[in-house]
Each structure stands twice: as C-alpha cells, then as structure tokens.
Design a protein around this ligand. Structure first.
Ligand code: TYD
Length: 202
C-alpha cells in the first residue's frame, strides 16, 4: 500500500511517520519510510538544489521536483510496492500541485499532467492531509525555517498551499483523509494509524 502524507510546514508529518512505521512493523508489516524531495542518492542531490537559498524560476523548480519524483517512483516506490511493503511517503505529487500550482501559480492542469508523466500514472492508495493553520505551523518550526527556501515564502503563500490541499482533498474524497494537525502528536498518530488499518483490512 502506498500512503502519502501532505500538509503545510510544521504539521507534524515526520514525527507521525516515524511512530506509524514502528507501530506497523510491530504489527508484522514490512514498511518503507521515504520522502520527496530527497530519496536515494540522486534525490539527495536534487533536494540540495531545491531547498538551498537562491533564486530559481518556478518552471525550473517544478521540473526539479518532477525529476526527483520520476526517479523516486521508478527506483524506490514501485519495487517496494511490488514486494508488498507499506510505503509511508512524506510529501508526493500533491505537494507540487499545492505549492507550485495553487501557491506559485503554475498551471494546475499542466502540473497534473506533469505528475502523471513523472509517476507513469501511479497514484497513492491513501493520502493523509495533516491540516493546520500556517500561522501555527510556521510558529512551530521556528528557527528550522533557515534550512528551507520554501519556508521563507510569505504567510499568504502558505495560506494558498493550505487552501490548495483542501481543494485537492475535496476533489478525490476516497483517496484523501483530512486530519486535524492541531491535535497532540499521539492522538494525531492514532488517527492516522486507524485510517491506514481501515484500508489494510478492506
Ligand atoms: P522539507 O524540509 O521536506 O519540508 P517538510 O518537513 O515541511 O515536508 O522540505 C520540502 C519542501 O519542499 C516543503 O517546503 C514543501 C516543498 N515541496 C514543493 O514545493 N513541491 C513539491 O513537489 C514537494 C514534494 C515539496
């Protein structure tokens, strides 16, 4: 099963993914934790290019995210899926639509086509949206902002990202589950685990 985690900065995805991986492994599943951008050695190089400070035009930014995704899907995600592993992926195609599309202004239809080109049509079975007001998210990450070029975008950018995710979730309600990321980490993780287990038992 391919599960993606989406949401604004500071929503607690990474912490939840670590706890979920432990819980699922204890239940006997094989689990792969991965992320975009930055999986594998090629992905790490692209991640460094994407997140360091400096000017990059939106089109170049998008193509780098898509390059990372194409390589990630083909070399890491598909083989893991084929072996029956549960994949917990911190951000994926929907982040490009929310960040580069809704917030940055790149054409959404083009983005969706670009995503299906990069993934050769592979879609997550479940996408968990860690929904949070960006004011709270940015406060939570505090000094960590220095590490990521996109964190430095103005609040209005992050509001558009959030609205974008909510819009995407409303378009595909079967794939998406919206979680309240203001909850305490344990409660949030329990909600996420319940959703994954529900799908696994189908
Ligand atoms: P990261 O440090 O992984 O952030 P987070 O912990 O919030 O997931 O940085 C990834 C950044 O890249 C984040 O700001 C979201 C952004 N991003 C895009 O703009 N487009 C994309 O397609 C992806 C995958 C991420």
């Amino acid at each position: 099963m391919f599960v993606t985690f989406e949401g604004p900065e500071g929503a607690g995805k990474s912490t939840a993914i670590r706890s979920l991986a432990t819980a699922l492994e204890q239940a006997g599943y094989s689990v792969l934790v991965t992320r975009e951008p930055g999986a594998g050695s090629f992905g790490k190089k692209i991640r460094a290019l994407l997140l360091e400070q400096g000017d990059v035009v939106p089109e170049a930014e998008l193509l780098l995210f898509l390059a990372d995704r194409a390589n990630h899907v083909e070399t890491i995600i598909r083989p893991a899926l084929a072996s029956g592993t549960i994949i917990l992926c911190d951000r994926h195609a929907d982040s490009s639509v929310a960040y580069q599309g809704y917030a940055r202004g790149v054409d959404i239809d083009f983005l969706k086509r670009g995503n299906s080109f990069a993934t050769k049509g592979l879609k997550p079975h479940l996408t968990l949206l860690f929904d949070l007001d960006p004011v709270v998210g940015l406060q939570r990450i505090g000094d960590g902002r220095d590490n990521n070029r996109l964190d430095h975008e103005p609040l209005e950018f992050h509001r558009k990202v959030r609205a974008g995710f909510l819009d995407l979730a409303s378009q595909e309600p079967e794939r998406w589950v919206i979680l309240d990321a203001t909850k305490a980490p344990d409660a949030l993780c329990a909600d996420a685990l319940a959703e994954i287990q529900r799908r696994l038992s189908r």
